[in-house]
Ligand binder design. Structure first.
Ligand code: GDP
Length: 327
């Protein structure tokens, strides 16, 4: 396998640098001492606009691109705003991939999601299970856009010889996540709910759905580590899963969060809210066989994230990620 040296003065563009994933990649690049990391806010560059993206690429000529931009959200916005999720994400992936091809980017890493796999997928979900069955309806629009992104990278690789690769992370959490309850994923939503419940006289938290679905959670700093690892070491057409290898039920997650944030809180379940996929656990043998493994366990990761949340509660609660190109 050819290894990318990633010179310290390489021009590296992180698309989506204000979001959960992009900000973690940015932190990691800065820690490693990369001196020419490029970013653009959504006010500076609308990633849905091909002409604007071409102009930006022509002016900045990134050698490497981490494509972590998109319109994202938890189960509710995903199922109630399918048009935005499909339109924004399809365009964002297409414009950045196309510009990377046009302006000679050496390598691009595209970030997908574990929701690309079929609803009834055998668990843990292997890379080969893509497009083997119908998708989970609550995240179908997002998944279709993400699948198109994978196919786009493969197509540019086949037709033009571009070194574009795709990574599929499991459910992520960490600093700069969305804590706005309408848009958040389960982990930050529960963190905020318990945080607020802790101040009440009779603390109680409502968990959506039945509590039985199972999810796998990876700290975003582990994902950033995997992204740099893959940028250096992976150069295949097949997308590659990034996860920690274990999952737990939403009920267990709620109990763990309660233990850390508000030990006396009572749990109730709101079965009128959707459960979504019954289980999402990635098969990560391909990545582990290359020598990568996560370092942050869930309890430690939640503690660290809760510390961050308490320091940044106000801005975290505002929820500033639900607009295009900011994920
Ligand atoms: P998903 O992984 O795409 O289904 O997205 P989510 O992280 O939004 O939801 C995961 C599971 O957690 C679903 O079964 C939700 O119903 C459940 N859940 C329980 N409480 C909450 C909550 O407060 N917010 C969210 N987003 N999900 C919750």
């Amino acid at each position: 396998m050819s290894e990318e040296r990633l010179a310290r003065n390489a021009r590296i563009y992180v698309a989506g640098h204000r979001g959960l994933v992009g900000s973690a990649i940015l932190r990691r690049l800065q820690e490693e001492g990369f001196s020419r990391v490029l970013t653009a806010t959504r006010e500076q560059l609308d990633l849905r606009d091909q002409a604007a993206v071409n102009y930006w690429f022509r002016a900045n000529r990134p050698d490497y691109v981490f494509l972590a931009a998109g319109t994202v959200g938890g189960i509710l916005p995903n199922s109630t705003r399918p048009a935005e999720f499909l339109y924004d994400n399809m365009l964002i992936h297409a414009t950045v991939v196309h510009a990377a091809y046009l302006y000679g980017t050496r390598k691009l890493l595209y970030l997908g999601s574990s929701c690309i796999y079929p609803r009834e997928c055998p668990q843990p979900m292997k890379e080969e299970s893509l497009l083997t069955g119908p998708l989970e309806p609550t995240n179908e629009a997002y998944a279709v856009a993400k699948i198109a992104g994978i196919k786009l990278c493969q197509a540019y690789r086949r037709q033009y010889g571009c070194n574009f690769i795709s990574a599929m992370p499991t459910n992520l959490y960490g600093p700069n996540d969305t804590f706005d309850l309408r848009n958040a994923h389960v982990l930050p939503a529960l963190m905020r709910k318990f945080h607020e419940a802790a101040r009440e006289e009779t603390p109680s938290v409502t968990v959506w759905g039945t509590g039985t679905p199972r999810r796998e959670f990876l700290h975003v700093d582990d994902l950033a580590d995997a992204c740099l690892f893959l940028m250096r070491r992976y150069a295949s057409e097949m997308h590659i899963n990034v996860g920690c290898g274990t999952d737990l039920s939403i009920r267990k997650l709620a109990e763990l969060m309660r233990e850390i944030v508000a030990p006396y809180a009572r749990l109730t379940f709101d079965a009128s809210k959707p459960d979504g996929m019954p289980r999402k656990l990635l098969d990560t043998r391909r990545l582990r066989a290359m020598g990568w493994q996560p370092r942050i366990d869930l309890r430690e990761g939640i503690r660290k994230t809760y510390e961050w949340f308490r320091e940044h509660a106000e801005e975290a609660i505002e929820g500033r990620r639900m607009t295009p190109a900011s994920a």
